[in-house]
Write a protein that binds this ligand. Structure first.
Ligand code: B12
Length: 221
């Protein structure tokens, strides 16, 4: 990892928003792509923070500061991501599942999809199964995307698919899932249409579930 990525990761880990933005700016000035700064710097810092939290070396306030620093850096970087206005790749309704307030990954997925030409309806956090379905109908969506950062909220991914079957609307929308605890096996078990590990891969996933005739869940990791 280059020095810049290492410093950026550390600034996020330390919850130092000012430094994170300053380092991101120096990266942009040096021609580094926003996605590289996000993935190699920011996400790395948050992943280390998550591990430290698990090992009780970091606590909730540190987690919050890390999240805030990442958000500040993303706010700075968003305008540097070029938008492809040439086509409408499809409409996707996205949000984090019920009970889940994590939105950093969700916003990254929403941004990448918008940049790639999708019409994105970002519902935000703590979205119930009912709300996903109502919003998908209202927006005439092609895809529903559910993010879950906690094992407890992943349960609602399965609930959504069950509810769609009960209401006879399962085939009306593709359903893609993602987030930390989500695995390819879980994706297959609950009968979702696809899973991607990162926001950049989510674009490929959504394009492919829209256009390809897939006989089983599409996994991109
Ligand atoms: C920052 C953070 C917080 C912040 C969130 C700030 C915010 N606005 O989002 C705060 C402090 C609020 C927080 C709170 C809590 N957190 Co927290 N948090 C984290 C942390 C450190 C980073 C999460 C993050 O933003 N990662 C960076 C982003 C970019 O990654 P990502 O979200 O995974 O998204 C990427 C991919 O997964 C994918 N993706 C994501 N969504 C989707 C959707 C689709 C459709 C697709 C295709 C792809 C995709 O693309 C994204 C970009 O590449 C993680 C640790 C970790 N390693 O994840 C813990 C973590 C998620 N938190 C955890 C916990 C336990 C909590 C709390 C319960 C703590 C507490 N005791 O109160 C609360 C719960 C609050 C709630 N009800 O939601 C646990 C969850 C454990 C579990 N498996 O259930 C984790 C894993 C920490 C740990 N190691 O224990 N947290």
């Amino acid at each position: 990892m280059s020095e810049l990525f290492k410093d950026l990761s550390q600034a996020i880990y330390d919850g130092d928003a000012e430094k994170a933005v300053e380092l991101a700016k120096s990266g942009i000035d040096a021609g580094v792509k926003p996605n590289e700064l996000i993935d190699n710097g920011g996400v790395d810092g948050l992943e280390r923070l998550g591990t430290a939290f698990n090992e009780m070396e970091a606590f909730l306030p540190e987690l919050m500061l890390g999240g805030e620093a990442m958000k500040a850096m993303l706010d700075y970087l968003m305008p540097f991501m070029a938008k492809d206005d040439s086509s409408s790749a499809g409409t996707i309704v996205v949000g984090t599942a019920q009970g889940d307030l994590h939105d950093i990954g969700l916003n990254l997925v929403a941004t990448q999809l918008a940049v790639a030409g999708f019409k994105v309806v970002n519902l935000g956090t703590d979205i119930t199964v009912k709300e996903y379905i109502a919003e998908a109908k209202k927006n005439d969506a092609d895809i529903i995307g559910i993010s879950s950062l906690m094992t407890s909220s992943a349960y609602y991914q399965e609930e959504l698919l069950k509810r769609m079957i009960q209401e006879g609307i399962r085939d009306n929308y593709k359903v893609v899932v993602g987030g930390g605890p989500i695995t390819p096996q879980w994706t297959k078990d609950i009968g979702a249409d696809g899973y991607a590990r990162t926001a950049v891969q989510a674009v490929d996933l959504c394009k492919r579930v829209m256009t390809e005739d897939l006989s089983e869940a599409l996994i991109i990791e």
